[in-house]
Design a protein around this ligand. Structure first.
Ligand code: COA
Length: 165
């Protein structure tokens, strides 16, 4: 698919989407015409939320962003990126700890498609310490996670852990 728009695919498990992810998308919109937030079926993790729940939560968060599209994908990321006519894969980098994993993925994706570039944005300092795993742990154990996830995700987490009717 050929397109003149500069499209980036932001892939992830998004189990669930956090305010760190949201901040990264907003900053990515300064660079790209359109961002496709691609929610992975195949991921190295065992997700808490089903694929449709993860897509639904992210879609609701970005419902008022006309340059952001949320979609599920399965199979190889690079095939999906090509099918969308995107030129870049967008990823966030929180700390040195992320580097090796991100480096491996970026190099493998580059080997698979040399004309698609991975673009890293540093995560805003406000979100450096958060991760989906940490947030799920705190929510599961009854802690307050308001402010680190979008409101609809907060409800989704509370519902999952029986903290909402
Ligand atoms: N702010 C805060 N936290 C952030 C963040 C940010 N800006 N960016 C990432 N994170 C956190 C997430 O909360 C998440 O935390 P967790 O590890 O506790 O769950 C972690 O960093 C990364 O998760 P996420 O952003 O959802 O991405 P991922 O690493 O799970 O995504 C895929 C991996 C889906 C991109 C990869 O497995 C894939 O491409 N799969 C498709 C199959 C394929 O092609 N495989 C070969 C790849 S070379």
């Amino acid at each position: 698919m050929e397109t003149s728009k500069l499209i980036a695919v932001y892939p992830g498990t998004f189990d669930p989407l956090t305010n760190g992810h949201v901040s990264l998308v907003k900053r990515g919109l300064d660079i790209f015409d359109e961002i496709i937030l691609a929610v992975a079926l195949q991921t190295p993790k065992v997700p808490l939320f089903s694929l449709s729940e993860r897509v639904e939560m992210a879609s609701r968060t970005f419902e008022n962003f006309d340059r952001v599209l949320v979609e599920p994908f399965e199979g190889l990321l690079i095939d999906y990126v090509r099918s969308k006519g995107a030129k870049a894969i967008l990823r966030g980098m929180r700390a040195v700890a992320d580097f090796e994993y991100e480096f491996q993925m970026a190099l493998m994706n580059r080997r698979l498609a040399r004309n698609i570039q991975t673009v890293f944005l540093m995560t805003d300092y406000k979100w450096l310490y958060i991760s989906s795993t940490l947030i799920k742990d705190v929510a599961r154990l009854g802690g307050d996670i308001q402010g680190v996830v979008p409101d609809n995700v907060l409800k989704g987490l509370y519902r999952k852990f029986g903290r909402l009717e």
